[in-house]
Design a protein around this ligand. Structure first.
Ligand SMILES: [Zn+2]
Length: 253
């Protein structure tokens, strides 16, 4: 069964909850005020989401909604939070976020909202809770997919790896991606290794004159990644083709 078939309300710490489904969102009691990270794709989930929030946050007021980026599947409930709570919608697209990020502090904890643009959209931000060691990474990691929305190049490959190294260096205990199950820095380490493995191996195969068909056949999903969310069905083939295309166009050399 797909682990996102039934939305799950997961307590990550006292006052920190994630609604994990295909699209993830979280809410955090900072102490005296609460903050929401991302706002789903389906506006019709409003009542269900607000019931879940009320059952966990009580009457702590929601002052802010952070959007890790403004793709449609992260912003649908923004108007509901504005209408019901008078919340500010904070993102690169709405308010701007300075390069050093924004800090949100309550009496219980603090959150750093930090831009990390250029690997999925030009707006990507992460939300980091340093005392709780919980990271909201938006769509920077997608269970095997290369998150770029532009053509892969050697420069962007390096930029991706550098971004993952920054995320890994935070040493989070739990990472919440934009979609699907929760993960850890080890998941990111494995993804970086997977990208390097594919780049090296596909590069060698292209230089040896192998056909696209032969290269695709020679790169099945690695056994240890077959359990990653939607990896075999959706992600792996796309990533192999993406790297192969960039290699053939000499963008990855
Ligand atoms: Zn996105």
């Amino acid at each position: 069964m797909d682990p996102t078939d039934i939305p799950k309300l997961i307590p990550l710490a006292d006052g920190i909850h994630v609604r994990q489904a295909i699209d993830n969102m979280g809410w955090i009691d900072l102490g005296g005020q609460a903050i929401v990270v991302d706002a789903l794709e389906q506006p019709e989930l409003e009542d269900e989401v607000f019931r879940a929030i009320e059952s966990t946050l009580g009457d702590v007021p929601i002052r802010t909604v952070l959007n890790t980026h403004s793709h449609y599947d992260h912003v649908a409930l923004n108007p509901a939070f504005q209408r019901r709570c008078g919340a500010d919608i904070v993102s690169v697209a709405t308010t701007g976020v300075p390069p050093e990020g924004l800090w949100f502090e309550g009496t219980r904890r603090r959150l750093h909202f930090l831009p990390m643009p250029g690997c999925h959209t030009r707006e990507d931000c992460i939300a980091w809770l340093p005392e709780d060691r919980i990271l909201f990474a938006g769509d920077l990691f997608g269970w095997g997919i290369i998150p770029l929305t532009v053509n892969l190049t050697a420069e962007l490959f390096d930029q991706l790896v550098a971004m993952y190294e920054r995320l890994i260096a935070l040493d989070a205990e739990t990472i919440v991606g934009g979609h699907g199950p929760l993960f850890t820095p080890d998941t990111l380490r494995r993804f970086v290794a997977y990208l390097h493995e594919l780049r090296t191996s596909i590069g060698a195969a292209c230089r040896a004159g192998d056909s696209d068909e032969a290269i695709l056949a020679a790169h099945p999903p690695p056994d240890d990644l077959r359990g990653w969310w939607r990896f075999v069905a959706w992600k792996h083939d796309s990533t192999v083709r993406n790297i192969l295309k960039a290699t053939r166009r000499r963008l990855l050399e």
